[in-house]
Design a protein around this ligand. Structure first.
Ligand code: NAI
Ligand code: AKG
Length: 389
């Protein structure tokens, strides 16, 4: 029985994806965590923990170095909630250009019986503009940014994208009419609206800062549905006070943003649709099952891709440091046990490497001893022995 620990509200449809071999929240020695936004940075990960699956995109809530040192694979669910964020951003672009927040709050205050005469007089203060022909800068063109860019094009907007790390696969998803900017400044300098869709990491902290705001035209409207810290909020508030930024929409509140009529804060709801939550939880559950049952890895954050059909009786999976002479040391231990390797694969990602070795003729008494011997090889981080049903 595999033990799963869940954090946050995980869609039941995702939890129902687990087979009968999986128990939920019944052990303090879990094999896997299935999480959303819980902050794990102050937790010590248990040695039993083989995998963390984050239902969603951002992994900045996971201590990646600790996970790797613990031999814990970390996955997210790329794209599972991208459409939800896209729809919210498109909705907010319309909210922004039609002054819907201010208009609705006017109507909430004026409920008198003869209000219609008054509104006919007052409504000009809420005159909006149309999105067609306006310019949107999209910073980060991954799963969310590419959908936002394409949808904005379909509304007749000019779209300028900036993403210096865009993968070739991601580029296929972006309409050719999206203009590519070489620098952040180039992307934002003619923008009526700027929206940011990048991961939070040391390179993206305060990516949108006073210098970036100064490059934007006066009256720009800003959207941060990525993470707290990617927009320098102190600088944004100064630009708002100077009437340079007209309005700032963000999914991430903090005290300094409170009670400002030119700031709209939503409570981290970008990915909060029924559909996105089911997508993310289902994808995360499938990822956990594949990794625990086969050891195969696709698109992990901290392990290389390694996909080997599991046709043998037994499989060793070995996470180790990416240093010379590891494979020969590992195979020497198996040779000493007189084991014939049927398949072997190895790959590396940054400082970490991963080896899969399949064997057929392994006797039960050898199991614990071999795991122990392989684990004792310096630079080996975690050894698992998987058995075909
Ligand atoms: N508000 C919410 O509920 C949600 C927030 N998010 C946030 O949005 C972020 C983006 O999500 P996805 O598009 O799914 O991720 P993604 O990984 O598909 O795309 C991120 C893109 O940002 C680009 N990028 C990285 N550093 C950059 C930089 N310095 N300048 C410009 N581009 C840069 C990458 O090359 C990549 O194409 C997530 O990491 C998460 O923090 C995602 C989903 C829901
Ligand atoms: O709704 C959630 O669990 C978080 C969505 C999010 O921020 C993400 O996917 O990165």
């Amino acid at each position: 029985m595999y033990q799963i620990k869940t954090y946050n509200a995980i869609a039941p449809a995702g939890l129902n994806t687990f087979s009968a071999e999986y128990a939920l929240n019944q052990s303090d020695q879990p094999d896997a965590y299935l999480i959303r936004s819980v902050n794990l940075h102050h937790e010590t990960l248990p040695t039993s923990l083989k995998v963390i699956a984050r239902a969603g995109a951002g992994v900045n809530n996971i201590p990646l170095d600790q996970a790797t040192a613990n031999g814990t694979a970390v996955f997210n669910t790329p794209g599972s909630n991208a459409n939800a964020v896209k729809e919210l951003i498109i909705g907010l672009l319309i909210v922004a250009s039609r002054h819907l927040m201010a208009a609705a709050s006017y109507s909430a205050k004026h409920t008198e019986a003869d209000v219609s005469q008054r509104t006919e007089h007052d409504k000009t203060q809420f005159n909006g503009s149309e999105l067609t022909g306006k310019t949107l800068a999209v910073i980060g063109l991954g799963h969310v940014g590419s959908l936002v860019a394409n949808a904005a094009l379909n509304l007749g907007m000019n779209v300028i994208g900036y993403d210096p790390y865009l993968s070739a696969d991601a580029a296929w998803n972006i309409a050719k009419q999206v203009q590519r900017a070489a620098t952040l400044t180039d992307a934002v300098k003619h923008a009526d609206f700027v929206t940011v869709h990048v991961p939070k990491n040391p390179d993206t902290l305060n990516l949108l800062n006073a210098e970036a705001f100064a490059a934007m035209p006066a009256g720009v409207q800003l959207f941060n549905y990525s993470r707290l810290g990617i927009v320098d909020n102190t600088a944004a508030l100064a630009a708002i006070a100077a009437h340079h930024i007209a309005h700032y929409y963000t999914d991430f509140g903090e005290p300094q943003l409170a009670d400002n009529p030119d700031v709209t804060v939503t409570p981290h709801i970008g990915g909060s649709t029924l559909e996105a939550e089911v997508n993310g939880a289902t994808q995360a559950a499938r990822t956990i099952m594949t990794y625990l049952e086969t050891g195969n890895v696709h698109a992990a954050i901290n392990l290389p891709d390694l996909n080997v059909p599991f046709n043998a009786a037994y499989r060793f999976t070995i996470i180790h440091q990416n240093v010379p002479n590891m494979v020969s040391q590992i195979t020497a231990k198996l040779a000493a046990a007189n084991l014939n390797i049927t398949t072997m694969a190895n790959a590396a990602k940054h400082q970490t490497a991963y080896t899969i070795i399949d064997v057929d003729d392994l006797q039960q008494p050898q199991h614990a001893q071999l795991i122990d011997e392989l684990t004792k090889i310096p630079a080996v981080i975690r050894v698992r022995l998987l058995q075909q049903d």
